[in-house]
Ligand binder design. Structure first.
Ligand code: ATP
Ligand code: MG
Length: 219
């Protein structure tokens, strides 16, 4: 297996937005994961294949060598911790922001000022813990796996920490942003051992992707 490169991607926006960068590196998938049930997808190159995994599993596959390369959001990388990963290129894709949001009528600033404990629902527990600890705000964390917007509406939480792009989902659920935690985009990640053992195979791919990203940024 040492003469092949495996790239881990998640379906949806990351796959779609990574396609042009792969094309710039001369790599074309043989199937579309949206229509194919295959989890291993060949490419035009006999020595490059893609695997399709959940977005949150990408760093785990790359860390343990199930894949040599991967594309993962900064949100996912923060939660994973980054152990065993080299993160050389910010691809500038799947852009959004990590935010704190509350129901329209909730006076977040006053609660923080009074030193109240705030109940925070999120899938991003590490991000939330670090954000509120840095502000000196005491929180009770409620771990969810999706649809965070619902939690404050049914009294499960006072606030949520979630990704926001257009804000349409927040608006539809009468939530407002009260804090901007960080901008989010996806990075190319590399297994640290593979970077050495497969350097000859990986270096040209990384270089091509890096120049495609630079060109996209410039134009
Ligand atoms: P699923 O939606 O299948 O439960 P997921 O939410 O982990 O899984 P995606 O929605 O494809 O998967 O998100 C993948 C990555 O894209 C996220 O980790 C994040 O970095 C980024 N992302 C998420 N939501 C948005 C958005 N609305 N706009 C832009 N980028 C986003
Ligand atoms: Mg999603």
């Amino acid at each position: 297996m040492d003469s092949t490169v495996t790239l881990a991607l998640s379906k949806g926006r990351i796959f779609q937005e990574t396609l042009p960068l792969l094309a710039a590196a001369g790599i074309t998938p043989q199937e579309d994961p949206e229509s194919s049930r295959k989890l291993i997808i060949g490419t035009n190159r006999a020595d490059v294949r893609l695997i399709v995994v959940r977005a949150t599993d990408v760093p785990t596959y790359v860390q343990h060598g199930g894949a040599d390369l991967g594309v993962a959001g900064r949100d996912v990388l923060v939660e994973h911790g980054g152990e065993g990963l080299y993160q050389p290129i910010d691809l500038g894709i799947a852009r959004c922001r990590m935010m704190v949001a509350v129901p329209e009528g909730y006076d977040y600033a006053a609660q923080v000022r009074h030193g109240s404990r705030i109940r925070v629902a999120t899938k991003y527990v590490k991000t939330a813990r670090e954000h509120f600890a840095a502000k000196g705000v005491h929180i009770d964390l409620i771990k969810l796996y999706g649809s965070m917007e619902l939690a404050p509406l049914v009294g499960l939480a006072d606030a949520i920490v979630d990704l926001v792009s257009t804000g349409a989902t927040l608006k539809a659920n009468r939530l407002v942003v009260v804090e901007d935690i960080a901008p989010i985009s996806s990075r190319l990640i590399v297994n640290q051992a593979a970077l050495k053992t497969k350097r000859l195979l990986l270096a040209p791919i990384l270089a091509a992707i890096e120049s495609a990203v630079a060109a996209q940024r410039a134009g």
